[in-house]
Design a protein around this ligand. Sequence first.
Ligand SMILES: [Zn+2]
Length: 434
Amino acid sequence: MVKYDMTREEREDKSRRIREKGEATRLRHASMRPLTVELKLDLKCLNNAERNKLFLFFAECRWLCNHLLGLSNDMFRGFDTRTRCITSLDKDGNTVQRELTMPAKFIQTVYTSLKQDMASLAAKRRKTGKRNGKLKFRSSYDSIELNQYGDTHWICFGPSGNKHGKYKNTIHIVGIKRLIRTFGMEQIPAGAEYANAKLVKKPSGIYLMLTCYIQKHEDSTESETKPDLGIDFGIKTAITTSDGEKYDISVRESERLKGLQRKLARQKKGSRGWYSTKLLIRREYEKLANRRRAKANQVYHDIVTGRKLVVMQYENIKGWHKGLFGKEVQSSALGTLRRKLMSNPDVLVIDRFFPSTKMCPICGHMHESIALSDRIFACPICGYTEDRDVKSAKTLLLAGKHEIACRCPGQTPTPVERMSGFDASYEGHGSVLR
Ligand SMILES: [Zn+2]
């Protein structure tokens, strides 16, 4: 129970200690590297009651969230997180009284995260001066914040010398008495410091996304340096590098997914079978998303590791969705990859107006008549011939080097720099987006 008999001094002293400890932790973590590991909970080790309880947490969070969103401003601000009795709507739209049984910690985190969301909405509104609506009611609540390691969740190591492995790979989650076996514990590196986590409900099960902090190691052994690279985002082969390498990063929908969708179409909507097919489809989509993410990570690693400079062009992928190539863009990991690249400080992003397809990297001639169907670039002035995408990547690399050269004088000018009239148009577009 909450202690009500604390004096004012005691309370201030307590909150000061908490604050100091939190600051020390933040300071320590600032010098470390955060890493999130995904641990799958083995729901088979729980009994029915415990499993239902775990799923009920998500439902109760949803009820509470929607209850809070329905309150007036003053009522919301003055909401007491000790409240256990709330009103909510059932699936037919009738008002029902709900009794919350989940841990008090969850009530607090749902409330504080909503407060944060509202504050950031209001901040955005102040900044842009536009009305930006309000938070919508949730149809699902899939991610519960576990904000304090050792309190809301912890990994059980058990007493030393425990031979039977009772505690092996188990975690404790607040509200569930039994220790829960998890998969994926081997991802956690030795010496990691555990921090907050999220309990996430996915179609394939329940996961604990645990944040760890690990020591930064500055070993230069693994970094064999590779030459600088230009990359061109195409539509046909997705990505072409100036080394002539092509990556196809599209991930196709599986045959199983197509089959399941056909099955769903035949079934009676709302029937038992329909719901179970629907769940299988959602699982397939989750797998597809995982494959996409894996592919993006792999290509990103290939491109970036060991390079001092990578040059890419800002491409309007959002625009592609609307155009002809929507399906192909959607089935690839392009968006994820681009976001990862753009957030890397070693990647130089060139303005999208830069004519990377038209310009010859040797003589700087603008080949205006090149069409989207021409796969080979042939320069009418110097006779330079190259695959169209590889050439684009090479031109981008030169343009990127030119950018760098402009920043540090004394470096050799590139063909792009030598080209007359180029600088004016180039600067005019505000060359680098960053
Ligand atoms: Zn040329």
